[in-house]
Design a protein around this ligand. Structure first.
Ligand SMILES: Cc1cc2nc3c(=O)[nH]c(=O)nc-3n(C[C@H](O)[C@H](O)[C@H](O)COP(=O)(O)OP(=O)(O)OC[C@H]3O[C@@H](n4cnc5c(N)ncnc54)[C@H](O)[C@@H]3O)c2cc1C
Length: 421
């Protein structure tokens, strides 16, 4: 029987044998390439430089401006403008990171190089993939890419966020809004319910004769009791949640008529927000790090792919056990992965991590709720540390909810300042 430490040392030794630590003594800086400059990738690139400024870090990011999803539901609900969600890479570059504004199109794991859209190959000693999610077009019959122009998903922030908002603004009072929520796993487990809440708030204040139905492919969801108590208090008669067992699973859509079909009936909406099935961002599949689920299995200590040595996967794209797909989790995984990568490229042993996640949701502008968790490697997965987390109290005065709404904003300012500021 080998001990955990022996196992880690032998795993690190095996990885190091495939990917020998570059010799600083010979003046060769280890090269780490990070693909994707979101909450995971930008955090990781910066953490790598902060831990060891000798490491040459290249960040490949397709967009000049990052548009954050957290708080994008407030944009849809008319409580916030999109520019408040947008960040540049100027400060990331100022850390000495080479920011390459293009898409990575392929990875050659044996040659250890990333191919960019113009055909350039960028060599690496270690690669970190942080591409977030892609939509599984067609997995929900009728929901292909053109359909999202009629029934926006708004699950990647930007134009889709604005489209959904404009559709709500254009809808006459008395219209039916339908949200289709997917089965697990997907980006941001509480996100559909925060969105339902803030759309309900918009309707209550601007179009009170309207109705909102959430068709859900699940029977349970994150912070469910807190959301449902708040809905009963704030949006009675306006917001209806239909779980899987009551016919909530959407089996197909018709974008031309904005119709959502379930096993139990059809709903023709004035505004339809379809949150479809998802998978790891496309580069994960071409790099050979995604499994048949579409997501990427990883080692919970180093975030190194279980399918390709020398490639690490962090953020929404990774299968991170009990950790939800959140910006907070992506940032925590990024720092853990950076610490591991620095050890691996310098011939050390990665430390065993403990990671934290906290997710705030707004049910109304002055009504916030939260969930928190602590995670550690156990049996090859990231597992909940018992007693390490919890949710907001079920019974609490409105002053507590208002305070949590303030904390939610403070969290967003803090994390975006850390990642992009
Ligand atoms: C409506 C909504 C609300 C949310 N609210 C919260 C919240 O309150 N709190 C919270 O913690 N989380 C929240 N989330 C979840 C959070 O947005 C994600 O978990 C987080 O963005 C994941 O970070 P990531 O770095 O993995 O992916 P992303 O942030 O999506 O970043 C991926 C980046 O990779 C780039 N990229 C992809 N492929 C390539 C390629 N081939 N080449 C170059 N670049 C590439 C993309 O352009 C993108 O910039 C919310 C999500 C949604 C949809």
């Amino acid at each position: 029987m080998i001990s955990r430490r022996q196992f880690l040392m032998s795993a690190a030794a095996a990885s190091a044998a495939l990917f020998p630590a570059p010799a600083f003594a010979q003046g060769v800086a280890p090269r780490v390439v990070v693909v994707g400059g979101g909450f995971a990738g930008a955090s990781c690139a910066r953490a790598l430089r902060h831990i060891d400024p000798r490491i040459a870090v290249t960040l490949v990011e397709a967009s000049a401006t990052f548009t954050a999803c957290p708080f994008s539901n407030a944009v849809i609900g008319g409580l916030r403008e999109l520019p408040a969600q947008q960040f540049t890479y100027d400060r990331v570059a100022a850390d000495g990171i080479v920011v390459v504004r293009t898409s990575a199109t392929a990875v050659d794991a044996s040659a250890r190089s990333v191919t960019l859209a113009d055909g350039t190959r960028v060599p690496y000693d270690r690669l970190v993939l942080a591409p977030g999610i892609d939509i599984r077009w067609g997995a929900l019959p009728g929901y292909d890419e053109p359909a999202s122009a009629h029934m926006p998903h708004a699950w990647k922030a930007g134009e889709q966020t604005l489209l959904l908002r404009r559709q709500l603004e254009a809808m006459p009072d008395g219209g039916l809004v339908v949200i289709a929520a997917p089965a697990n796993p997907f980006r941001c487990p509480p996100g559909p319910y925060e969105r339902a809440s803030l759309i309900a708030h918009y309707l209550k204040t601007k179009k009170p004769k309207s109705k909102l139905i959430v068709l859900d492919a699940k029977d349970t969801f994150s912070k469910q009791r807190l959301f449902q108590n708040a809905w009963a208090e704030l949006y009675p008669g306006l917001l209806e949640w239909v779980p899987l067992s009551k016919g909530g699973n959407v089996t197909s859509v018709d974008p031309a008529t904005r119709t959502l079909v379930t096993d139990f009936g059809r709903h023709t909406a004035a505004v339809a927000n379809v949150i479809p099935p998802q998978k790891a961002g496309g580069i994960a599949e071409s790099a050979g790090v995604a499994d048949r689920s579409g997501w990427c299995p990883i080692d919970p200590v180093t975030f190194e792919s279980r399918l390709q040595a020398g490639i690490h996967v962090i953020g929404d794209a990774a299968i991170a056990g009990a950790m939800p797909k959140s910006a907070f989790a992506a940032n925590a995984q990024a720092k853990t992965c950076a610490a591991a990568v620095v050890r691996l490229v310098t011939g050390g042993v990665p430390p065993v991590p403990k990671l934290i996640n906290t997710c705030y949701s707004l049910v109304a502008p002055d009504y916030g709720i939260s969930v928190a968790g602590v995670y550690a490697p156990s049996n090859g997965q990231l597992a909940d540390v018992p007693g390490g987390g919890g949710v907001s109290p079920a019974e609490a005065p409105r002053t507590t909810r208002a305070l949590e709404a303030t904390l939610a904003e403070a969290w967003f300012r803090t994390i975006t300042a850390e990642v992009f500021g």
